[in-house]
Design a protein around this ligand. Structure first.
Ligand code: NAI
Ligand code: 15L
Length: 268
């Protein structure tokens, strides 16, 4: 049966806020969870992913979990370890113990951010491209995908790992034209990931059907995802402002964009 009650972690964040408004149209009842209070949502659970008791209670009785909570950018390793690595482990353990059958995991393009961006005429990046995290943040998403595989193989807990490109109301850089996922397509993809049958552990790329697409959407389409949007209408303005991508610039020539050469923010 299609899932009805879904726990949305990270509900106070940017993507969580977009999905809170878009997913109910698909018939879901959302239970909200975030370490920060969720605005205008009196029933939301305010708790940290480190709080295993709160997590266990939060996942009890839900049909599926959309796991968006965590640090969403590069940060010192200790912080990534706590929120993204231990936090995601805590969530999977709570789900296993309470018998939740499926998690949709917000992975990221940064799990494979050092993958070269295909040039015109080159094949799109396949979903089984080797992991090449570009940051400790990307490394934590790579961990999350492996954790998902372990919980499928070992415990039969299903996951769709969505390597999200850039899900914001509009693309704001020339790179984003290639990896942008409109919020409406994000809701379509999460809905497909929540409802497709027998997903085991499936990895998919998360973006719209962009004209300048860098990666293959076949595994996402196989779940029933039919993207409706394309970043191309934004291309003229962004290229006029920022110029075309420069293949000699590492921040332009890799999937992960500026993450691949941002100055390290950890002690070194
Ligand atoms: P965000 O930073 O706006 O939201 C993340 C939310 O998680 C925040 O509300 C934060 O309070 C919560 N959170 C952080 N640590 C927590 C903890 N220990 N316990 C409970 N809650 C915690 O990020 P955004 O953009 O909404 O992204 C959501 C998810 O999707 C993240 O996991 C991010 O890594 C992933 N993602 C997002 C992309 C995007 O384009 N927005 C691209 C790729 C991945
Ligand atoms: C991500 O993983 C981040 O969470 C998001 O804030 C964007 O930076 C996105 O990737 C991106 O690559 O544009």
């Amino acid at each position: 049966p299609a899932p009805r009650t879904v726990l949305l972690t990270g509900a106070a964040g940017g993507l969580g806020t977009l999905m809170r408004s878009l997913l109910p149209e698909y018939g879901y009842t959302l239970r909200l969870f975030d370490v920060r209070p969720v605005e205008d949502a009196p029933g939301a659970i305010t708790a940290d992913l480190a709080d295993t008791e709160a997590l266990r209670e939060a996942v009890r009785g839900v049909d599926a979990i959309l796991h968006l909570a965590g640090i969403s950018l590069e940060a010192p390793f200790e912080k990534i370890l706590k929120a993204n690595i231990e936090g995601t482990y805590n969530l999977y353990e709570a789900a296993r113990r309470e018998g939740v059958p499926r998690i949709v995991f917000a992975s990221s393009n940064h799990a494979v951010g050092f993958t070269p961006a295909p040039r015109a005429g080159e094949p799109l990046i396949p979903v089984d491209t080797p992991r090449r995290p570009d940051t400790f943040y990307g490394l934590s998403k790579s961990f999350g995908e492996d954790l998902a595989q372990l919980y499928w193989d070992r415990h039969g807990l299903e996951t769709v790992s969505v390597r999200i490109g850039s899900c914001f109301p509009e693309p704001t850089s020339v790179r984003m034209l290639s990896v942008w996922m409109s919020p409406a397509d994000g809701a379509r993809l999460f809905h497909a990931a929540l409802t497709a049958e027998e997903v085991g552990h499936t990895v998919v790329h998360g973006s719209s059907a962009n004209t300048r697409l860098w990666w293959d959407l076949a595994s996402a389409r196989a779940l029933g995802y039919e993207p409706q949007d394309d970043s191309e209408p934004y291309a003229g303005k962004l290229i006029a402002e920022q110029g075309e991508l420069d293949p000699a610039n590492p921040a332009h020539s890799h999937l992960g964009g500026h993450f691949v050469d941002d100055p390290p923010i950890w002690p070194h």
